[in-house]
Design a protein around this ligand. Structure first.
Ligand SMILES: Cc1cc2nc3c(=O)[nH]c(=O)nc-3n(C[C@H](O)[C@H](O)[C@H](O)COP(=O)(O)OP(=O)(O)OC[C@H]3O[C@@H](n4cnc5c(N)ncnc54)[C@H](O)[C@@H]3O)c2cc1C
Length: 503
């Protein structure tokens, strides 16, 4: 027990503040909130002078998330989350919710001067073999989920990098089997949620179905999710996959290859999966295309439909027969932590010439900035095929609004990622990176290939992902928020990340 006299005094003064009507208007001082929290849940609350606080301070992918919460709260039960949320709502305390900490949007999953709820200790993984799902605590990383399911020859539809968290299940989510099963949100059967008033509810197709729909894209605007139930699918225990590296000299053919994947391979054979990817390293002035390529079946070579990946001259490949955990491990092992990151995202209908040109323009832009310390630039054009959209509709619908624009064409979300060493370079580089994206968007509009969707999970600071779901869906999201959070707690007191548009 670490409840001190000071914390009890702070709790008393906080409660006095509530009695005097402090639940509206200015948020409560974070230190007062932390002392009050420490008073009721001392074993789970960590103040800035404690080792656990320091470890959690560094538990983010990007340095753009380095902020100074007044304390870190690491609950290990849903009930503790509920008690804390009740307290925060009563005292008017601000807080942030962190899954795996992989959003680079400043403040998306961290906060200055409020409470950081880290979900790490919510780490259950329980397989339900009868009903084909796995119940996963919100603090798990994807590697743990694959590791638990692989021995049972089961696979969920979650991300592809072992260290990344589960935030994708509130935004979109591309996975190895997405061409067959759709996005992560469409394979999330149930969310266990703590609402603003501290009530614990389940949201699924039968219970609170409006909340279930809203969480499928609605991010942290409705509650703190403590557990996800992901549908599981049987597989043979191994698949064929790895990374294929194509050199810059082959970029023209690589662009054709990516287009072929977007519009033919991913559409005609739902067992295909690829994450087409270009990158550029400023220090060496080297550009290449390192793409994850997977065939979701226990084969010993790529089938004919995926042979184009090996027909274009390549410099290296890690393709082999392996488990999903092994693939997630390989992806995760190439990731750097602690760098400054800016990411931008926009969407187009798949178009060979546009996609070819878009990377050439981005590459020229990167080369012009090669002297920025630690500069690495990436472009990842990922397809949303008509079947992915259809899966979303068939599995209960989601908030993304893609069904409204479905025209039987592949939509490509284009992630532009920029890494560099120094945070001081962030304001200028973000401005210029955004201007580059606007130039590409203008070109896409001129060519008639622009699509308005902004995928929340890869969106950058200042991009209004939820507004891109369309007016009707935004209105529906607002009405769900009004029903489950009538005093707008998750808009006022959880300020970070992609919020519901105000108008
Ligand atoms: C290296 C890397 C690899 C990636 N690979 C993939 C991939 O293969 N497929 C894919 O689709 N995406 C991928 N992404 C994108 C990734 O899915 C998103 O960045 C996602 O939001 C990360 O989730 P997180 O829990 O780690 O992030 P966080 O930054 O912790 O959370 C993101 C947002 O979700 C909210 N949130 C998180 N957990 C909860 C909760 N329990 N309750 C309420 N709100 C919550 C947070 O408040 C925050 O606003 C990748 C990102 C990186 C950096």
């Amino acid at each position: 027990m670490r409840a001190t006299t000071a914390s009890i005094v702070a709790l008393t003064s906080a409660l006095a503040a509530v009695a005097s009507g402090a639940t509206t208007g200015r948020p409560q001082n974070g230190r007062v909130c932390c002392h009050a929290l420490n008073g009721i849940l001392p074993n789970d609350t960590f103040l800035p002078n404690e080792q656990v606080y320091t470890a959690e301070f560094n538990n983010f992918w990007s340095s753009t998330e380095d902020l100074n919460p007044s304390c870190v709260f690491l609950p290990n039960t849903t009930e503790k989350v509920a008690r804390a949320v009740q307290l925060f709502t009563r005292l008017n305390c601000q807080w942030a919710i962190r899954g795996g900490g992989h959003s680079p949007i400043p403040g998306a999953a961290n906060i200055d001067g409020g409470v950081l709820i880290g979900t790490n200790h919510l780490n259950a993984i329980e397989i339900n073999h009868e009903e084909n799902y796995v119940r996963v605590g919100a603090g798990n990383r994807l590697g743990a989920v694959y590791n638990a399911l692989d021995p049972h020859k089961l696979v969920p539809i979650v991300g592809r990098y072992e260290d990344v968290g589960l935030g994708l299940a509130l935004g979109a989510g591309f996975s190895f089997l997405s061409n067959r099963e759709g996005l992560t949100i469409d394979n999330t059967l149930n969310y266990e949620v703590v609402l603003a008033n501290g009530t614990i509810v389940n949201a699924n197709k039968d219970s609170n179905p409006d909340l279930w729909w809203a969480l499928k894209g609605g991010n942290n605007n409705f509650g703190v999710v403590t557990h996800f139930h992901f549908q599981t699918f049987p597989y043979e225990g191994t698949v064929y996959g790895g990374n294929v590296i194509h050199p810059e000299s082959a970029f023209d053919e690589v662009a054709d290859l990516f287009y072929d994947y977007h519009t033919r391979q991913a559409v005609d054979d739902v067992l295909t999966h690829a994450m087409p990817s270009y990158d550029y390293i400023g220090a060496t002035d080297v550009a290449d295309a390192t793409s994850l390529v997977v065939y979701n079946a226990p084969v010993d070579e790529l089938p004919p439909i995926m042979q184009p990946w090996l027909e274009v001259p390549y410099s290296n490949s890690t393709l082999s027969r392996r488990t999903y955990s092994s693939l997630a491990h390989e992806q995760g092992s190439g990731i750097f932590y602690g760098l400054a990151v800016d990411q931008r995202l926009f969407s187009v209908y798949a178009d060979r010439e546009f996609l070819k040109e878009a990377w050439q323009i981005q590459l020229r832009w990167l080369r012009a900035r090669r002297d920025v310390p630690g500069l690495v630039g990436v472009q990842v054009p990922m397809p949303i095929t008509p079947n992915q959209v259809a899966q979303g509709i068939a599995k209960g619908g989601n908030a993304l609004g893609l069904d409204a624009t479905e025209e039987g064409k592949t939509v490509v979300v284009i992630l532009m990622l920029l890494n560099f060493n120094n945070l001081e370079d962030l304001p200028r580089l973000r401005r210029e990176h955004n201007a580059l994206m606007e130039e590409l968007v203008a070109l896409a509009k001129k060519r008639g290939v622009y699509h308005p969707y902004i995928m929340l999970t890869y969106s950058g600071a200042g991009q209004e992902a939820i507004a891109s779901y369309g007016r009707e869906n935004v209105a529906r999201l607002r009405s769900v928020a009004k029903a489950y959070d009538p005093t707008r707690v998750f808009q006022r007191l959880v300020p970070g990340g992609q919020k519901l548009p105000r108008r």
